[in-house]
Write a new protein. Structure first.
Length: 198
């Protein structure tokens, strides 16, 4: 039980912070006259699209561990050193909850409010790119990470309209499932370090 106490605070704060983005989305949507949930529809087909849409991102994430470029190694080390200790000894359900909260809240904000608002001003392509430049900037822990986050955001933004009908549920599934799988890999590699084995 004592082993969990140091990372309990991080887990709670992370969930609260990510969850608060839904309130930000609601307020921002009200100010911009954009309903964040208007395109959120559950369907089995959207769930399948989301699951399959996660696979390319996850395989790219796994491939990053094999790349020896200094900038890539810096990102892997940063994720390992910040998330590893914070998620250490959390169970899979905790990681799933955190990933789901992040996936829902960030997608409601960026794909539910910001992207549609920018599309209404400048068109589909400019809205897609502009909203995900912002998405990349808020994830700018390193310049390369910001670029990768922007590209992932564009990928998620394209999936917003996958299948011919706009559905926010698809990028929510992709984002949340990808985060969950990435958390599991980071936790596993951290836990397998000799100094953390017990």
């Amino acid at each position: 039980m004592n082993d969990r106490q140091p990372n309990d605070k991080f887990f709670r704060l992370a969930c609260y912070f990510e969850g608060s983005l839904i309130l930000v989305a609601i307020v921002l949507g009200w100010l911009l006259d954009v309903d964040p949930f208007v395109n959120l529809h559950f369907s089995e087909l959207a769930l399948i699209y989301g699951i399959f849409g996660t696979l390319p991102l996850f395989f790219i994430f796994l491939a990053l561990f094999q790349i020896e470029l200094q900038q890539v190694r810096r990102i892997i080390t940063l994720l390992h050193e910040t998330l590893g200790p914070s998620l250490y000894r959390r169970n899979w359900a905790d990681l799933f909850i955190l990933a789901a909260v992040a996936g829902i809240s960030e997608e409601v904000l960026f794909r539910g409010v910001i992207q549609p608002w920018m599309e209404s001003l400048w068109g589909m392509t400019a809205g897609l790119i502009g909203s995900n430049i912002i998405f990349g900037l808020v994830h700018a822990v390193t310049p390369l990470y910001a670029l990768l986050a922007a590209l992932v955001g564009i990928y998620l933004g394209v999936f917003l309209d996958y299948g011919g009908a706009r559905n926010l549920f698809i990028p929510i599934v992709i984002h949340g499932l990808y985060d969950f799988l990435a958390f599991m890999i980071i936790l596993r590699t951290y836990a397998n370090e000799p100094k953390n084995l017990s």
